[in-house]
Design a protein around this ligand. Structure first.
Ligand SMILES: Nc1ncnc2c1ncn2[C@@H]1O[C@H](COP(=O)(O)OP(=O)(O)OP(=O)(O)O)[C@@H](O)[C@H]1O
Ligand SMILES: [Mg+2]
Length: 348
């Protein structure tokens, strides 16, 4: 597998992306760490007491997206000794996501959430406090599996679910960096999970330890008070980020690898549900970097994969396969304007 990494002089000094002498066994391209949640989605019409069961949890979505797109993926989490934990294990097995780093916690449940619908739109309700995954801690981390991966993916949700899980994320990052692995971070800041100031402080600290950060517009507005692309990327860099992919929903993304900044427009698709689009982007980006793509090519691919993820309902069902992404990329001419977000009138 080719080694590929960041183009930033700092990375050589910190030894982060392409460290020589790594002791990683190289069994997985990426390991994601966080909380899976079983979804119950209320029927929109007719019998409102009917619920359709699905799957969510940002890092689980990311892991499945990366696996569907060809990466060797492991997922690190804890599930309850319950029907939902077993459903997730079956899902990951079916999707080719390794359970090597999944533990069963006999004393805590797998988290669930509900999506309800009424005339005002849809709303989420979570039953996740005290979940098995929230009992992740530095002491029970699957350190050996993390060491055997070439990249680690974590998110602000992995950090927000509990203090011990937050500690576990920092410990996992340390293990990954020591093993020469690349670190991906999606801030995925959720105001319902933790106070803004703590979230922003933790996110900044994590950015400084990550090779690639993948914030959304909501994340940027929360952390930096602006969604303007050039300002967001500059703020990320000041926080110590090396590579940045700024995800901008229906406006596509901006990728900045420290050497160039490229604006990539969104693919015109009929979006019906953007849930999990950002997670799909993260998984596709990691999968393509693992396959040897340059960062801009990987972001272009991820931008197409994430567009496809918006064309169906739920977070997992519409995650695309390589043939789907290839078809969309062939159908649409290349987009991407180098450095367009760098100037005073750059992308917003
Ligand atoms: N309407 C859309 N049309 C085309 N592509 C889209 C659309 N919405 C999202 N995307 C793609 O998905 C990517 C991620 O979307 P978004 O910025 O909404 O992520 P997010 O807020 O992190 O999502 P989430 O956290 O809910 O998974 C975008 O950068 C873009 O590539
Ligand atoms: Mg997101």
């Amino acid at each position: 597998m080719p080694r590929h990494g960041l183009i930033d002089p700092k990375s050589a000094a910190s030894g982060s992306p392409d460290r020589e002498g790594s002791d990683a066994v190289d069994r997985y391209d990426v390991i994601a760490l966080g909380e899976p949640m079983v979804e119950f989605n209320q029927a929109r019409d007719g019998d409102r007491s009917a619920w359709r069961q699905g799957y969510g949890g940002d890092t689980s979505n990311m892991a499945i997206a990366a696996a569907r797109l060809g990466a060797r993926v492991a997922y690190a989490t804890r599930v309850g000794d319950d029907a939902f934990g077993r459903l997730f294990r079956a899902l990951w097995r079916a999707e080719g996501v390794s359970e090597d780093a999944v533990a069963t916690d006999a004393d805590a449940p797998t988290a669930v959430y509900f999506v309800t619908h009424d005339e005002r739109g849809h709303a989420f309700a979570y039953l996740r406090a005290g979940s098995a995954a929230s009992r992740l801690s530095p002491a029970n981390l699957p350190a050996g599996v993390i060491r055997s991966a070439r990249a680690l993916h974590v998110s602000g949700i992995s950090q927000a679910i509990s203090t011990s899980a937050c500690d576990a994320v920092f410990t996992a990052i340390g293990i990954a960096r020591d093993a020469g692995a690349r670190v991906f971070y999606d801030p995925n800041l959720r105001p319902r999970l933790w106070p803004r100031d703590r979230a922003a402080a933790i996110a900044r600290a994590t950015m400084a330890l990550s090779d690639w950060i993948l914030p959304s517009r909501e994340d940027a507005e929360w952390m930096f008070g602006t969604g303007e692309a050039a300002a967001v990327i500059d703020a990320c860099r000041r926080a110590g980020a090396r590579g940045i992919v700024y995800k901008r929903g229906a406006d596509g993304c901006v990728v900045d690898d420290g050497r160039s900044r490229v604006v990539i427009g969104a693919h015109p698709v009929t979006a019906v549900d953007a849930t999990g689009a950002g997670d799909c982007f993260d998984g596709a980006f990691a999968a393509r970097l693992a396959a040897g793509d340059e960062p801009v090519e990987a972001a272009r691919y991820a931008n197409a994969a994430a567009a496809l993820a918006t064309t169906g309902y739920g977070a997992v069902d519409p995650l695309p396969r390589p043939a789907d992404v290839d078809r969309l990329l062939r159908a649409v001419p290349r987009t991407g304007v180098p450095n367009a977000a760098g100037g005073p009138r750059g992308a917003r």
